[in-house]
Design a protein around this ligand. Structure first.
Ligand code: FES
Length: 619
């Protein structure tokens, strides 16, 4: 079959590819990190590349999604462009786009109680007059040393190893056990060495913490973008891919397992240890990522009544899931609460110990599906709000993820100021900057309570008039210009359009309505809430004042807001360090009252009210 050459610039690489495959496939296979927010469906228009040689006429979708000037300049969508000749392609990002991945995770103290045990024992040597089997002699030696293990079971793979290891070790061995099952046998005394990896699988990122399972110390941290993104940026696109592609589920599972294996390798290298010293992995993930990790179809999560395959903790052999750690290693998957409130929320609740709290707390993990939990030891209710992708910068005209080049904060001082992740030329805005922009415009009175951008002649106060020249018209609708085209990396202006504000109103309206419904359900008033804990990446980077101004969080609670970092990662760590905490996670998941917002009687009215802005413009 015919091959063509695709050269990626600037100085990124050259790839020989089969005719007819898309640039998206080439980019993914080569490991270049370009985002495909709609999973390559040709809907979002975000996978722009510039083809400086070998460009072909645009497709109808490209004509719709790209501006005329861009099309003329050779800009095309990577997911819609098939390689049919040699090409030179300019990626506007580095080969490895650096994403801001939240790895900070403060674990509370915990009584360590490892899931697995290690027992060092000197086994009596066989003699002509003592022909007990190897296994019999191991059990007898254990008994002699005070271990009551009469019903100890040894699986065939371990049994096969015993004759060689016991002799090579001159009868000094260490057994790895899980309850009354032997998981492994090791030569000599390794009883002081047992490591584990706590993994938080997010829709966008995967973070792994390498832990010493005896001291609880973090030995290494590694993270990556979830490579499943190439099959779709959000949960629903991946569910669709799993159902529609012939081998979709398998591909998604394999992709995330490979990513975790890579993280294990990186963390082990950083700590100077071997993979085989790792015996346990704990997993916190939203329900869809949980199912994909285990190779379970997620299709029923995406359709009413949104039922997950399991809400129990799942323990599996690492080998069964192709996880490259000690061959006897075990995987401890935290339990889901509901179809859209997953094991990651269970992990957050475990980390925050909400079920033991005297005070009422509100916990929010903001994302495409924002999870909200409210309560105390008297009871916890949780829900999932379909916020859509606005907070993650998707479906926003100049939106992008929190990666190098993204404007992450906007300030309305004497003039407009902003900060850019990585410090370079801005390429777009991420969710936290969108929040700042809209909050600033609301406070200035440039955006009214319904979310309309007022034209320059309607701006009444002097502070707003300072920014009048930023109010422009873009494709027939009002917009607020943040950065002019000549100052951006893509050569296109970065702006916040009327449609972007509408998207944000829907997203914040969904989250705020979720909070209101939970408060109603539990009979809690705003004043009863003692603390608002923001979990997850977006919550960690957003400006709390902006979140309150737009009404995402009640204004009265601004002083009570605290960021708790990657709390799902913290929960995964706790569940790995202590079998009691893992059991506790099971109890939490079983005790939380899940509230389905869609079937809450007044939800539509509450949601509608929450899309408005209520903060008065400053004079
Ligand atoms: S248009 Fe290509 S990924 Fe969305």
């Amino acid at each position: 079959m015919e091959h063509f050459k695709v050269i990626f610039q600037p100085e990124i690489g050259e790839v020989a590819v089969l005719a007819g495959i898309t640039l998206m496939e080439v980019i993914n296979d080569a490991g270049f990190e370009l985002d495909f927010p709609c999973g390559g469906m040709g809907r979002c228009g975000k996978c722009r590349v510039k083809i400086s040689k070998g460009v072909r006429p645009p497709t109808i979708r490209e004509q719709d999604l790209l501006e005329a000037g861009e099309v003329e300049d050779g800009v095309r969508l990577a997911c819609l462009t098939k390689v049919q000749n040699d090409m030179v392609v300019e990626l506007a990002v580095d080969k490895k786009l650096k994403h801001n991945i939240l790895m900070i995770s403060e674990a509370r103290s915990v009584d360590i109680k490892p899931h697995l045990q290690k027992i060092f024992v000197n086994v009596e040597k066989p003699m002509l007059h003592d022909q007990r089997s190897d296994w019999r002699r191991i059990k007898d030696s254990l008994l002699k040393n005070g271990y009551e293990y009469n019903d100890l079971k040894v699986p065939i793979p371990v049994l096969r190893q015993i004759p060689a290891i016991i002799r090579e070790a001159e009868h000094s061995i260490t057994l790895v056990t899980n309850g009354n099952e032997v998981l492994g046998i090791e030569s000599q005394d390794t009883s002081k060495k047992m490591l584990g990896m706590a993994v938080d699988i997010g829709t966008t990122t995967v973070v792994g913490y390498l832990l010493d399972l005896y001291s609880g110390k973090v030995l290494g941290v590694a993270s990556t973008l979830n490579p499943q993104t190439r099959f779709g940026a959000d949960v629903i696109s991946r569910v669709n891919f799993a159902g529609q592609d012939e081998d979709g589920l398998n591909k998604l599972q394999k992709t995330v397992i490979e990513a975790i294996n890579r993280l294990i390798g990186e963390a082990a290298e950083e700590a100077g240890v071997s993979r085989s010293d790792i015996y346990g992995i704990s997993i916190a993930a939203n329900t869809c990522m949980h199912h994909l990790f285990l190779g379970i179809t997620p299709e029923n999560i995406a359709v009413a009544p949104y039922v997950p395959a399991t809400g129990e903790p799942v323990v599996a052999a690492a080998a069964e899931l192709c996880l490259e750690i000690n061959s006897g290693g075990r995987v401890f998957v935290l339990p889901n609460i509901a179809g859209f409130v997953g094991a990651d929320t269970t992990a957050v609740l475990l980390a925050a110990e909400l079920e033991r709290s005297e005070d009422i707390k509100l916990i929010i993990d903001i994302g495409t599906n924002g999870e909200i939990a409210l309560g105390s030891k008297a009871g916890i209710a949780a829900c999932s709000a379909a916020a859509g992708p606005a907070f993650e910068g998707a479906q926003i005209s100049s939106g992008m993820r929190g990666a190098d080049g993204a404007i992450d904060h906007v300030y309305f001082a004497e003039r407009l100021e902003y900060s850019v992740i990585g410090g370079g030329t801005p390429l777009g805005i991420c969710g936290s900057a969108l929040l700042d922009t809209v909050a600033g415009l609301v406070e200035l009175g440039v955006v009214d309570k319904r979310g309309r951008i007022l034209t320059a002649d309607k701006l009444s106060n002097s502070a707003a008039k300072r920014f009048a020249e930023h109010v422009v018209e873009h494709e027939g609708q009002p917009a607020f210009l943040l950065v002019s085209a000549d100052k951006t990396g893509y050569g296109r202006p970065i702006m916040c359009t009327q449609s972007d504000i509408r998207e944000l109103q829907l997203a914040k309206g969904a989250m705020a309505a979720g909070v209101k419904v939970l408060m109603e359900k539990l009979g809690i008033q705003t004043g009863d809430i003692k603390e608002v804990l923001l979990a997850g990446a977006f919550g960690n980077y957003l400006n709390p004042h902006s979140a309150c101004v737009i009404g995402l969080i009640p204004m009265e609670l601004e002083e009570q807001i605290r960021m708790i970092g990657n709390a799902a990662g913290t929960g995964a760590r706790l569940a790995l360090l202590s079998s009691d905490e893992y059991r506790r996670a099971g109890d939490i998941a079983g005790a939380v009252e899940f509230v389905e917002l869609g079937s809450y009687p007044k939800f539509n009215r509450i949601f509608g009210e929450c899309t408005y802005f209520t903060v008065q413009a400053k004079e």
